[in-house]
Ligand binder design. Sequence first.
Ligand SMILES: Cc1cc2nc3c(=O)[nH]c(=O)nc-3n(C[C@H](O)[C@H](O)[C@H](O)COP(=O)(O)O)c2cc1C
Length: 208
Amino acid sequence: MTTILVIESSANGDSSVSGLLVKDALRDLLAAHPGARIIHRDLGASPVPHVTTANLAGVRGEPVTETEKATRTLSDTLVAELKAADIILMGVPMYNFSVPTVLRSWFDHVLRAGLTFSYTEAGPKGLLDGKRAIVIEARGGLYSEGPAQAIDFQEPYLRQLFGFTGITDVTFVHAEKIGFGPEARAAAIDGARAKLAGIIASLDSKAA
Ligand SMILES: Cc1cc2nc3c(=O)[nH]c(=O)nc-3n(C[C@H](O)[C@H](O)[C@H](O)COP(=O)(O)O)c2cc1C
């Protein structure tokens, strides 16, 4: 059975563009994989805690306090969800040229030496093989072309984080110029929908 891990990270609730596109993509993925198991984390609505002095040992170190132990339990759960996933569907708004801090925090919990990556003589090695990720990026401006390409710290950063765990089959879909008015917003959503439909159809034929 296919397992789909859905990670959302917008603070915009029902008016989120990335959230809308994640819903569409999930519907298409479920049509292609009937009966798939869905694991859903909406980090914008239910964030995982940021790593702080009080809980750091739960993520990296030996947990001793109740807070650290609870953090270890949560981190272990998030790692298990990621390991179980065949397909990762992620919705990511651009916040200040990068990813929302709630998503960064999720990565802080799942990038764990010995579980999702390891240190070897040849350098770090990702431990997660055979997964596919579809990442939907919503942006107020235009970054996939033009002068702002150089200040896109969202997509290269996500590619690095996934790659560090061994997930290299990552497809990015953009909904850009969301802040340029209703027409630009509608065009961006339509364009992203069309791209997603093609990507999901091709995932399916790759799997066949
Ligand atoms: C805190 C914050 C920071 C933002 N920073 C940027 C930015 O750096 N560049 C940009 O193009 N848009 C930026 N935006 C606009 C969002 O990327 C845009 O509204 C996008 O549609 C949000 O995704 P969502 O609709 O899924 O919530 C920012 C929005 C917020 C709330």
